[in-house]
Design a protein around this ligand. Sequence first.
Ligand SMILES: [Zn+2]
Ligand SMILES: [Zn+2]
Length: 124
Amino acid sequence: MILDFFKQKHECHHINVPINVDEAYCPDCGELVKNKWYLVRCSCCNIKRQAHTEYNEIKPDTKYCSNCGGTDFFVEELDNINFIDVNYAVYKRVIIPQGNYSSRQVWIEKEENLITEKKLISAK
Ligand SMILES: [Zn+2]
Ligand SMILES: [Zn+2]
């Protein structure tokens, strides 16, 4: 019982959910996890930009667009990942909220905590 309690307190990153499936139950925490794919594009010229995730936030690898020098970008969510986009696409493991509203709210609070944590780090 006590062990179970500690396991749940520890935040799960669902690393054991395979990336080649659309969605699966995480073997470590039991949440239904969906692999979501995103592309980062330049807002100015619409070119695909290399990107990564940082504390669950999607960011382009470079500050400026290599095609037009712009800094603005937008994130496009992909319905399906294809082999043309795979070099550019980044993925995020997202919990699919199941059942009641309160579990969804917990998820949103977690997102906010992550952002605050990030601000603290960059302020150092
Ligand atoms: Zn998990
Ligand atoms: Zn551009």
